[in-house]
Design a protein. Structure first.
Length: 234
């Protein structure tokens, strides 16, 4: 075949595309398991971070198995749902459903000190993309023990500050039950206070939309847990 012909060039390109495509597909399949393991390990680390536990590098999975002593799913009535694994629940999808249709994951952590904490996931929207996190409650179902937040594309130095301890540590010691009423933690502009008297934290300076997103996320995702947390409180 004439190597200078258009036919030869087209056939060469087709063969090259097939070979490269096959190689990439095979590589992707070979690495899929490892990629999923990394995703799972990252999620485990975030859950532990809400309980103020920082695993050593390479020990996230073993530390998760050590400290997360129970996990289950409840509905908005605080009742356990059988046949669903908390770790596998798609929180992003669930957050868009009506409260009475949601599957609500709960992770029970036994801390190094022997205390039990109840960790629940939250998911919402920031300025440029999704934001998410985990909130750990004391056994009384009201007091926040710790919190962790992350984002996909918030502005560095502004909205991205939600992932820093300076923001998340503000939640420690705050309560979601005030005067017998359930009130998710408000996120307000520094120097201001919410009108309803609920516990609050200062928002990120210059990250107003992201801060409001965190507040909306907490309201949307914690409210369905009201009955479950109330049962702990009682």
């Amino acid at each position: 075949m004439n190597k200078q012909s258009n036919t030869y060039t087209i056939i060469y390109i087709i063969i090259l595309v097939v070979v490269v495509g096959t190689a990439l597909a095979a590589t992707s399949l070979a690495l899929r398991g490892r990629q999923q393991d990394n995703v799972n390990a990252d999620k485990m680390g975030q859950i532990l971070a809400a309980a103020l536990i920082a695993p050593e590098k390479g020990k996230v999975v073993s530390e998760f198995d050590r400290y997360i002593t129970e996990q289950f799913v409840v509905n908005d009535r605080g009742e356990k749902i059988d046949g669903v694994r908390a770790f596998d629940v798609n929180v992003a999808a669930q957050s868009k459903l009506a409260s009475d249709r949601r599957e609500l994951p709960v992770f029970v952590c036994t801390t190094p000190a022997g205390d039990r904490k109840y960790i629940v996931p939250v998911y919402g929207a920031g300025l440029w993309g999704p934001i998410w996190g985990y909130v750990a409650f004391d056994e009384n179902g009201s007091t926040i023990y710790g919190a962790y937040f992350a984002h996909q594309g918030e502005t560095p130095g502004l909205g991205a500050e939600i992932e820093k301890p300076a923001f998340s540590s503000q939640f420690e010691g705050k309560n979601v039950f005030k005067d017998g009423r359930f009130r998710p933690i408000a996120v307000v502009k520094a120097g201001q206070q919410p009108l309803d008297g609920e516990d609050y934290v200062d928002g990120i300076s210059g990250g107003t939309i992201t801060s409001k997103g965190v507040g909306a996320m907490l309201s949307n995702c914690l409210t369905p847990y009201k009955k479950f947390l109330q049962n702990l409180n009682q």
